[in-house]
Design a protein around this ligand. Structure first.
Ligand code: FES
Ligand SMILES: [Fe+2]
Length: 428
């Protein structure tokens, strides 16, 4: 259970908030490259950490993210004309480049120097792994570029999507490090989903419903280990790394791809659930690509023309009571991602954590909250740079592994937890 002040601190990420300041120290996934692929193409609204921005690619192919609203009288530049090296406000014709610099104020004489003095807010961007990353923090603290493995393997080995999740980032993230729900909520899908089925590990998952959790501190965040009984004197371990503040990876199954998420706050009531699958040593097959595009694995189908899931709260996620009753699908909601999102959204926009009752399976969540609170406080009070910024700690992998019962998972799986180019992943 948490105090209200703690819950507020961990769920509010707007400008000037302690956790908002923390998030602003990292590169964050902002857009898929496909969203702004074309020079002079339509501009895209982008809201992150409660800031409203506009992304566009100019005539020369340069990409920019600037304040959404015109400096003249506040019109949304989403209505603007993207042409001849900038975006022009359709109201009175003020024009801006990708850095937010005003290029033209048609009503004023160029000699007046008026337009040079006008500049909209803009943020640095970098494109890697099919993702456009943004840094929204103080320029003097801009970190090295992100090194997460899904964004650095060859493009043929990786597939990334995003979906709107209509709740606060924290409860979505907490689902990402909560391996205990897999044996319940996802039990039906483990045996049928093409991105999961057939793995030996699935049997351990569904046969031992009392996993024991062991979360340990890691340099960039946590390793959340969940162990279940396996044959003889072995345990089946699933290890979920969390790199601060919002990157999680799910332990792999068999020779399937490895997957994980970034949970990026849009505002305090919504987040982008970024979902990636990659294989460290081989290209993803056509069948796998098609399955993910069809919403299998941790991906979803969309309302056409949007990144809002087709199954959403307005249609009760297309709940199928008959499938729920027969057990084909434990909750009656189709698909791993929407099984999670439906329940997390059902908690309300911001879960009231003053009323919860936690158990030992929630240890990882408790430790993560504590670490976030501590880091946000240290940054606010002493300017201490938060963990997880160093690219070294971002080169991490989730792990599924059988270990002897007396082995300490953090030590025994140390090598498997490190991402290295071309190294096979540890999976069961
Ligand atoms: S409001 Fe944009 S030019 Fe006037
Ligand atoms: Fe889940």
């Amino acid at each position: 259970m948490m105090k209200k002040e703690q819950n507020d601190l961990l769920t509010q990420t707007g400008p000037g908030t302690p956790l908002g300041n923390l998030f602003r120290r990292y590169w964050l996934p902002a857009l898929l490259s496909e969203e702004v692929a074309v020079p002079d193409g339509p501009p895209v609204r982008l809201q992150l950490l409660s800031e409203k921005m506009l992304a566009f690619r100019d005539t020369d192919g340069k990409l920019g993210v600037i304040d959404e609203f015109c400096a003249h009288r506040g019109v949304s530049l989403w209505f603007g004309r993207n042409e001849e090296g900038g975006i022009r406000c359709p109201y009175h014709g003020w024009k801006y480049d990708v850095n937010g610099q005003c290029l033209d104020v048609p009503s004023e004489l160029p000699e007046s120097g008026f337009c040079q003095k006008i500049k909209l807010k803009s943020y640095p961007l970098v494109e890697r792994g099919g993702v456009i990353w943004i840094y929204m923090g103080p320029p003097e603290f801009q970190p090295p570029l992100p090194e997460f493995e899904f964004a650095t393997v060859p493009a043929s080995q990786s597939f990334t999507t995003k979906r709107l999740q209509e709740c606060n980032w924290l409860q979505a993230f907490e689902g990402g490090i909560d391996s205990s729900h897999v044996s319940w909520l996802h039990s039906g899908s483990l045996n049928s989903d093409p991105m999961f089925k057939g793995a030996k590990g699935n049997q351990y998952n569904t046969s031992d419903l009392r996993p024991v959790f062991d979360a340990v501190e890691a340099e960039g965040g946590l390793y959340v280990g969940a162990r279940r009984n396996a044959e003889d004197d072995q345990y089946y371990w699933r290890i979920t790394p969390w790199i601060m503040p919002n990157f999680t990876m799910i332990a792999p199954r068999g020779n399937h791809a490895v997957h994980g998420h970034f949970w990026v706050p849009i505002d305090d009531n919504n987040n982008w659930a970024w979902s990636f699958d990659y294989h460290p040593t081989r290209a993803l097959s056509d069948e796998e690509m098609q399955a993910m595009k069809d919403g299998k694995g941790i991906h979803v189908r969309y309302v056409p023309g949007t990144y809002r899931p087709l199954q959403n709260k307005d249609n009760d996620y297309l709940m199928d009571r008959a499938a729920q009753k027969s057990g084909v699908c434990y909750s009656g909601i189709d698909g791993i991602a929407m099984q999670d999102a439906s329940l997390q959204e059902s908690m309300g926009a911001i879960q009231d954590r003053t009323r919860e009752n936690l158990t030992s399976t929630d240890n990882g969540i408790i430790m993560a909250r504590h670490r976030l609170l501590k880091a946000a406080k240290a940054l606010a009070e002493h300017g201490t740079p938060p963990p997880g910024i160093d690219p070294q700690v971002q080169r991490v992998r989730s792990v599924a592994i059988l270990l002897k019962r007396d082995q300490v998972f953090k030590e025994a799986a140390k090598d498997a937890l490190r991402a290295e180019p071309g190294k096979p992943h540890s999976s069961v």
